[in-house]
Design a protein around this ligand. Structure first.
Ligand SMILES: [Ca+2]
Ligand SMILES: [Ca+2]
Ligand SMILES: [Ca+2]
Length: 234
C-alpha cells in the first residue's frame, strides 16, 4: 500500500506530513489503519525508485512528519506502508510535502529595537504602564521636537516594513515625523488614541533603508509630544 505524489517537475522536498483518519477514540485502537513501518521512495521518471528513508511512526493521532534526507530533490515521492498499528489499510485524510521548515531560508526573522534602548531626546524611560516589551517604553516630553532615535541594521537596501508599537491614552492624535539617515521619510505619521496608556497598538510604515546601519528618528510634531513608544521592529 502506498501513497504517491507527482510534483510535475523535480523539486526540493524536506518532509512528508501525514494526517491519518481517526478510526476510534479508544486506546489502543486495534481497528486503526495507522501506519507503523514505512519506506519513502523518490523517482524522477516515475519508474525507477530509490528508497531514501525507512522508519516507523508512533501510534499517535494528529499530523506526523517524516523528515527526508537533506537536499532531497525529486519529481515523484512515494510513501509505502510496510506494517500497521491495526489493520492493513491506508487511510489518509490529508498529506502534504514541504520544501522547507519555517525559518529555513526565506525572509530573515524580524529584529526588535526597544525604544528604551534608543537615543532619547526630550523624553524619559518609564515602566509604569503594563504591557510593554523589554524593560519599559519612552514617554516623550509633551513638546514638539521630542524624539527617539534608533540605530537599525538592514541586511538589504530598499523598502522595508517597519513597525512601531505605541500607546496613546489621550483622544488626540500624536503624530511623529519619521526620518531615515537625516532625511524626512514619513511626514506626520498618525498615532491615534489607543483608549488607555496600557493599550498598545502597532503602526507600520515603509521606509527606504540602506544596507547596513541606518538611523531612524521619530520626532514629535505637536505640543502634545509623541505617543508612548515601546519598540521599533523591522
Ligand atoms: Ca508624554
Ligand atoms: Ca512634519
Ligand atoms: Ca519597550
Amino acid at each position: 500500500m502506498s501513497l504517491r505524489f507527482d510534483l510535475g517537475s523535480a523539486k526540493k522536498v524536506s518532509y512528508v506530513a501525514l494526517n491519518q483518519r481517526e478510526d476510534s477514540t479508544t486506546h489502543p485502537a486495534s481497528n486503526s489503519a495507522r501506519i507503523k513501518g514505512y519506506n519513502v521512495y523518490t523517482s524522477n521518471d516515475g519508474t525507477n525508485w530509490t528508497n531514501v528513508k525507512s522508519g516507523s511512526l508512533a501510534n499517535h493521532r494528529g499530523v506526523q512528519f517524516i523528515d527526508l534526507p537533506a537536499n532531497t530533490t525529486a519529481r515523484h515521492i512515494r510513501v509505502e506502508k510496510t506494517s500497521t498499528q491495526g489493520k492493513a489499510q491506508l487511510r489518509i485524510d490529508e498529506a502534504w510535502l514541504g520544501s522547507a521548515y519555517p525559518g529555513a531560508g526565506g525572509p530573515a526573522p524580524s529584529s526588535r529595537y526597544e525604544a528604551e534602548n534608543g537615543l532619547v531626546s526630550q523624553g524619559v524611560v518609564e515602566s509604569n504602564h503594563a504591557g510593554f516589551s523589554g524593560t519599559g517604553f519612552v514617554n516623550y516630553d509633551n513638546i514638539a521636537g521630542s524624539a527617539v532615535e534608533f540605530k537599525v541594521t538592514s541586511d538589504v537596501a530598499g523598502p522595508r516594513q517597519v513597525t512601531l508599537r505605541f500607546a496613546n491614552g489621550t483622544t488626540a492624535n500624536r503624530p511623529l515625523d519619521i526620518s531615515v539617515n537625516g532625511r524626512l521619510a514619513v511626514d506626520e505619521q498618525a498615532f491615534a488614541g489607543t483608549g488607555a496608556w496600557t493599550a498598545w497598538q502597532t503602526a507600520t510604515v515603509t521606509l527606504d533603508l540602506e544596507a547596513g546601519e541606518n538611523t531612524i528618528r521619530a520626532t514629535a510634531t505637536t505640543a502634545n509630544g509623541g505617543p508612548n513608544l515601546d519598540y521599533l521592529e523591522i
